[in-house]
Write a protein that binds this ligand. Structure first.
Ligand code: PHE
Length: 346
């Protein structure tokens, strides 16, 4: 075989290979790779053209013309295949991305705050409007803060009604939010004006009106010249804010070890206005909180001069308030996480 024949043979083999590869190319991307492989700067055709130097000078133009034909054929074959593939690819994408606007949507259910959170936020809002700040304390608390410093020494009978869960000898789950009072008074010089919402624990059997875990909001005001009149006035404002402008309060003497004097506070029934109905069990009044003037011993224990300063404190039970407020007949509903119940509080 002479040089010319050899070169033509090489060209023919390349053409055959090209044809085969073209048939296999399944995407415009593969097609582009093919173009680079055969027609690129370092491609096979360029390689053959370079080899032409070995041919006798008179054969070179012939061979060059033949090679150019092949290049043109390759280019047009590539282009027509590219159009086909591009068309296929577009049609495929259209199929895949097709959007059926008649399909039903997937609604995102609207959530809402838990009824207890709603009541806590509302009560905190009322007191913040009166200039109170929000304070918080730990739920795992020292005996010292939960009892001792609140004038409830070991052996005190009120420890029985506030039996709780002990983590150790001196560490327990707090039975009330009152320890936050002590923590704040220990670290903050008067004037003090705070409310502390939070979770509390008691070793109570669970039934329609009791839970071993519940919530309270503690209030504390300490300043010069604070009186029982200030306490009653503040609680009246609070009761009107939460239960309506027509609400009255009633203050009954009571006993708490950390306040003196102490009181239980009722609000006039928001259903009947005081004449007696099912909501208030015929009483006309509903008990919502405990309160009193901070015991001088408690002030002194926190390093506050009880001759110069006085204060009042109160503690509101959130579950009872929420139940009364929303007409909930069983406390356990509040913890069941049953959507049928919770969805009513949107
Ligand atoms: N901590 C008391 C309780 O849980 C309520 C209370 C708070 C009473 C503040 C007086 C003052 O029963």
């Amino acid at each position: 075989m002479d040089a010319m024949e050899q070169a033509l043979d090489q060209l023919a083999r390349m053409w055959a290979e090209f044809g085969e590869a073209l048939g296999e190319a399944a995407s415009t991307q593969q097609l582009e790779a093919l173009r680079v492989r055969f027609l690129g700067k370092k491609g096979e055709l360029t390689g053959i053209l370079r080899g032409m130097g070995a041919l006798p000078a008179d054969l070179r133009p012939l061979m060059g013309a033949r090679a150019n034909e092949v290049r043109t054929d390759m280019e047009s074959a590539l282009e027509s295949r590219r159009l086909d593939l591009a068309d296929q690819e577009t049609r495929l994408r259209m199929m895949q991305e097709r959007l059926d606007v008649t399909l039903p949507g997937c609604p995102t259910p609207m959530g809402c705050r838990h009824p207890l959170t709603q009541v806590i936020d509302e009560i905190c809002g009322i007191f913040m409007g009166m200039g109170y700040a929000i304070a918080e304390g730990p739920e795992v608390e020292y005996d010292r803060y939960n009892f001792e410093m609140l004038n409830i020494p070991a052996g005190h009978p009120s420890r029985d009604t506030q039996d709780t869960f002990y983590i150790g000898e001196t560490v327990l789950l707090r039975t009330q939010t009152s320890p936050v009072q002590v923590r704040v008074m220990e670290t903050t010089p008067p004037p003090i004006r705070i409310v502390c919402p939070g979770r509390v624990y008691r070793s109570d059997a669970i039934d329609a009106t009791h839970s071993a875990i519940f919530h309270q909001i503690e209030g504390l005001v300490v300043d010069e010249g604070v009186t029982m009149g200030d306490l009653i006035g503040s609680l009246r404002l609070f009761a009107k804010g939460l239960f309506g402008a027509g609400t009255e309060i009633r203050v009954r003497p009571h006993h708490f070890p950390f306040t003196e004097p102490s009181a239980e506070v009722d609000v006039s029934c928001w259903t009947c206005g005081g004449s007696g109905c099912r909501t208030c069990k015929g009483e006309g009044w509903i008990e919502v909180l405990g309160a009193g003037m901070v015991h001088p011993k408690v002030l002194a224990g926190c390093g506050i001069d009880s001759e110069r300063y006085s204060g009042f404190a109160f503690g509101i039970g959130i579950e009872r308030t929420a139940m009364a407020r929303f007409g909930i007949d069983d406390m356990r509903h509040l913890y069941d996480n049953d959507m049928r119940f919770l969805a009513q509080f949107r």
